[in-house]
Design a protein around this ligand. Sequence first.
Ligand SMILES: [Zn+2]
Length: 327
Amino acid sequence: MDFKIDDGILERHVRIILNAYYSDVFETSEYYNIRCNVCGDSKKDKYKKRGFILKANDPWVYFCHNCNVSTSVTSWMKEHYSTNYKNMMIDVMRNKPAGEERTYNFKKKDCVVDRDEKQDTKHFKPITKFKACVDYCESRKIPYDVYSKWRYATGGVFSGRIIITFVKPNGKVYYYQGRSFDNKAGVKYLSRFGDHKVTIYNYYCVDADKPVPVLEGPIDCAFVENSIAVTGLKLKGDILDKFKKIYFLLDNDESANKKALKLLKEKKYVFNWQKFLKDHKCKGVKDVNDFILKNNEGITHFTWELIEPYFTNSIGDKIYFPVKTKK
Ligand SMILES: [Zn+2]
């Protein structure tokens, strides 16, 4: 079969696999990093993760620094997760124009995506009962009325993670994300299983007619007026359309800069961290929460008035978003 699988479909099914079989996933906009299932990864260190799903490659590549396996992600899926692979192909066929469908005959089989979500959620406990979690949230200056709605998972695949609940104004939870909170190395999270229409934090809680800053992480939303977070996933085209004025306030790092350059080319507004940090005499800041912790002016919240002057949609400002060129 020689055709390209749509990135959106591929990502969805890769995530189903990651959620089902990998308890420790490190994700950036460019790759997923997991423990290699092909070689089993390090025998000595059970935390070592040397398998990578490289999303920046076209088509996506599965690569391991330990056993040096290098193959397309679809071949990796076909070989190791054949049921998931077949379900993905069903999705692919459904998305094909009518007429081509008949040549393929896949039957949907039961797989992990049909598992009972209660097996996860029964372990979710009120976060305020766990002192270490409360201390962590307090140390990051997350307001109590925000983190008190979160949970802590005492068992199951989300075990040991803070569960950030995505809540509607009526209190109903429509999505959640489990985040490990004791690692220094980077952000690790595990999202709710399966397919969900809206995976955006604060989606139902902001005023859609006012300016809406779009952030990368839900924790940062606690510090920015009327903001939403898109949780690292690629966005379906029209999901943000209900917001009249959107402004991207990405992290202050290279992969965010890459994204920012793309957005600038599309005439979208992005936040100029360089100018902002210069005006506020602050250095080495990687995201909003980091700024809240490091600034010397006692700023605890980003109001629209504070950040508005630093958004730009001019391609001339691309010098403020440096990206090392690939060799
Ligand atoms: Zn390997």
